[in-house]
Each structure stands twice: as structure tokens, then as C-alpha cells.
Design a protein around this ligand. Structure first.
Ligand SMILES: [Zn+2]
Length: 420
């Protein structure tokens, strides 16, 4: 399978028409930024090789991009055996040219991070809040205030983009939070409202799509261009990448795997319906079943790492109720994946959680369910990759989304010598 990096995928023009020269320069600037983003600081010769631009074309564009303030070219002399210096230019992104904020919204909390244009994390704060009780205006106000407070420490940097990730559905333009099981309100115009309040552009994404973005950047050799991400955490979500691009619906981000029905009139889901996959496979569902609680009880809020660890310890000690809860969770996810494979053919699955032990207890039940519902005799085990760093992957995906948006903004900016 062909292996392409994010920079190569992102630098492919969206149409094959003959490009105007300023369009071409925009795409070439974008290609330079993506190459620096992927490989870090490099020499002009390395950048020329990576982008396919001639040394003359590269030199001209770098001069303009340096004047624009988005790259830094550091000239130095490299000592040779003869003692004479050889001119040497290192090119890098100008870390101070912009600041980005990321917001990861989960049940009962949200995390705000700030990073500079080189992608270096500068700040992180975690806010605890009863998400189900919030009105739309309050969500906007809380997130806006948290970002402004964080930015107060870095007022010398210009905040240019905010990237938000959450469990649920966005509109297809990534501006509006349409629905989330962690909120009681729907159709929250996060992008427009925050843009007015903060003055930066804002994108809103489903968490599994962002995790897929991060995995595409770091794991493309393993997962290839077609893969699905299944996050089982405080909810159960799915992202799908086909031909290296995130799949979405015609009107929304779609793909709500966790809310496909697993059992008719079954356990209560956080979305309000009964019998969803999530009601059995999200942490609250496993916790509820393992403790023998009423399956119709209102789902618990944030399940802590200690609680997940406690479930794993009980399973290791052979507690039948906990083992049964993990088995049911595995079968529910297996049923969901069977449906996905029927629609899209079997494809690599990145199974993402917070605990390898928890996945280990679910995995055989995921596989046996897929195998039992498929006419295909292939070894489905080979298609599944496990990742236990869900929070870190979400953060990486948010950062990549923020940087991708910034790179596009800068590449589209008129250059110092260009007229608008
Ligand atoms: Zn549901």
C-alpha cells in the first residue's frame, strides 16, 4: 500500500486545472510550510528535495515568506578542513508568528492548551464543569473566558486559530456543534460565536476524526490510506479515513457508531435512547454492568483512571460480573465493526482507549463477534491495532488541525510584493 505523509496528502491541489501563477505560488508556499511542519528545521537543499521546488524558486519564495514573518532563515558558516567557512542556511518555522488554542471537550470537563506556530505546547489547564447542565451561551462564555485567561500569559503572541474537539456530531463545514451526548443543548454555533468573542478563526471537529488525523500523521505506514478509528472511552465514537481523507456525511460529520442499536429496549445510553452500543461499551456502561447497577439508571459522569484501573484489577482477579461486562462491551463493539465492514469492506481498525488491559479483556469478544457475522474467512485480528493513549492522540489531532488551518491561512495571505 502506498505510504503518503500528511504533508504530501495536504499539498495535493484539489483540482487538475491549469493553475494561475499566484495559485501556484500559494500551493508552493503551502508545500514549504507542510514540509517544515513534517520534518522540522532543514537546509535549503533538503527543502528543495522535499518540495520538488528548484533552488531558485525556493530561494525567491523563502525570501518573501521570511518578510511575511512565517519562516526564519538562519545563515551560518560551517567550518571546513581548510578553516574557511562554507555558507549554510537553516530554514525553520517562525515559532512566534502565531499562537493557537485547542479545546478538548468531554463529559464534565474541558482542557484548554496553547501552542506556538512550531507546535510547541506552552500552556494547559483542565476545567471541571457539569456539561449536561450548560446552556449554549454558557458553553460559549466558559470556553471563551478560559481561552482569554490562558492567552493573558502570552499577550505578545497573536492568537490566530482555535481548534475544538468533542464527542458528537458537527455540521459538514466544521463550524457548529450539532449534537453531543455530553450536552443537553444542540446546534451550538461555537465557531461563529467564539470567532466574534476572541477574534481568531475556529474549527469544530469530532474527536475520533481528530484522532484519525493524528494517526494518519504518525502511523500511515501501519494503517495505510483507508482505516477506521474506534474510540471507546467516556463514549464510543468512530472516525473513517478513505483515500487519506476524513469521511463525513453530506450535512454533518455523521458516523455515530456508538449510537447504533445493539439491543432493542436495552441499557440506557447517555444520548437518551435505549440499547445503543455505547450504553454497553463506554466506560460508564462497563462500570454500571460490572457493579450490577440498574441498566436503566442515568449514566454516571466522568469515570476516572482509578475507576478504570479498579475494573481491570477486578477482571484480572476473575470477578465474573466484571469479566461479563468487558465481554458484553467487546461484543457490542464487534457488532458495530461488523456493520462498518459490511458497508466499507474490512479495513484496518485503530482501537483507542486508555488502558491496554481493558482492551485485552474485550478483544477476543470483538473478534469472535466480527468473525461470527462475516462470510469472510480472513484473520480479522491482523486488522486491529491497539492504542491506549486516547487523550494524547486527541491532543495531537487538535494541534494538527490548528496548524493545518494556520498553514493554509498563511499560504493564502498576499505576499509583500503581491497586490490583492
Ligand atoms: Zn446512544
Amino acid at each position: 500500500m502506498e505510504d503518503r505523509t500528511l504533508s504530501q496528502v495536504a499539498s495535493i491541489p484539489s483540482h487538475n486545472a491549469i493553475m494561475r501563477s499566484d495559485d501556484l505560488r500559494t500551493e508552493n508556499r503551502h508545500r514549504i510550510l507542510q514540509s517544515l511542519r513534517h520534518s522540522g528545521a532543514c537546509t535549503r537543499a533538503q527543502l528543495s528535495d522535499a518540495t520538488g521546488l528548484s533552488p531558485a524558486a525556493l530561494s525567491g519564495l523563502l525570501g518573501l515568506m521570511e518578510a511575511q514573518g512565517i519562516v526564519r532563515c538562519t545563515r551560518s558558516s560551517k567550518a571546513t578542513n581548510s578553516g574557511r567557512g562554507r555558507p549554510h542556511t537553516t530554514v525553520n518555522l517562525n515559532a512566534d508568528t502565531a499562537l493557537t488554542a485547542t479545546v478538548a471537550l468531554t463529559i464534565d470537563r474541558f482542557v484548554v492548551c496553547l501552542a506556538n506556530y512550531a507546535g510547541k505546547l506552552l500552556h494547559r489547564t483542565e476545567h471541571t464543569v457539569d456539561t449536561l447542565s450548560l446552556q449554549a451561551e454558557t458553553i460559549i462564555e466558559l470556553v471563551s473566558d478560559a481561552i482569554k485567561t490562558a492567552h493573558n500569559e502570552f499577550t505578545h503572541l497573536n492568537l490566530r486559530h482555535v481548534s475544538i474537539g468533542f464527542q458528537g456530531v458537527t455540521d459538514s463545514t466544521n463550524r457548529t456543534l450539532l449534537w453531543s451526548p455530553i450536552l443537553s443543548v444542540s446546534h451550538v454555533p461555537l465557531s461563529d460565536a467564539l470567532q466574534r468573542s476572541i477574534g481568531a478563526t475556529v474549527t469544530v471537529n469530532n474527536d475520533c476524526t481528530l484522532i484519525g488525523k493524528a494517526l494518519q500523521f504518525t502511523e500511515s505506514a501501519t494503517l495505510g490510506q483507508h482505516f477506521t478509528t474506534v474510540l471507546f472511552s467516556h463514549g464510543v465514537g468512530m472516525g473513517l479515513y478513505i483515500n487519506g481523507r476524513a469521511f463525513s456525511g453530506t450535512e454533518s460529520s455523521a458516523l455515530e457508531l456508538g449510537h447504533i442499536e445493539y439491543r432493542e429496549a436495552g441499557a440506557r445510553c447517555r444520548c437518551g435512547k435505549l440499547g445503543c452500543i455505547e450504553a454497553y461499551a463506554a466506560y460508564y456502561g462497563i462500570w454500571r454492568a460490572a457493579n450490577g447497577d440498574d441498566s436503566q439508571a442515568i449514566p454516571a459522569g466522568f469515570i476516572t483512571d482509578q475507576q478504570i484501573q479498579m475494573l481491570c484489577t477486578n477482571a484480572i482477579n476473575g470477578d465474573p460480573q466484571t469479566l461479563a461486562a468487558f465481554a458484553t462491551a467487546g461484543r457490542a463493539i464487534g457488532r458495530g465493526l461488523s456493520n462498518v465492514f459490511t458497508l466499507f469492506d474490512p479495513l484496518p481498525v485503530a482501537l483507542i482507549g486508555h488502558s491496554l488491559t481493558a482492551v485485552a479483556f474485550m478483544r477476543p469478544h470483538i473478534l469472535s463477534t466480527i468473525q461470527a457475522s462475516s462470510r469472510d474467512t480472513r484473520d480479522f485480528d491482523k486488522l486491529i491495532r491497539i492504542y491506549d493513549n486516547a487523550d494524547q492522540l486527541l491532543q495531537e489531532g487538535l494541534l494538527l488541525d490548528a496548524m493545518t488551518n494556520l498553514d493554509r491561512q498563511f499560504a493564502n495571505q498576499p505576499l509583500p510584493t503581491e497586490s490583492t
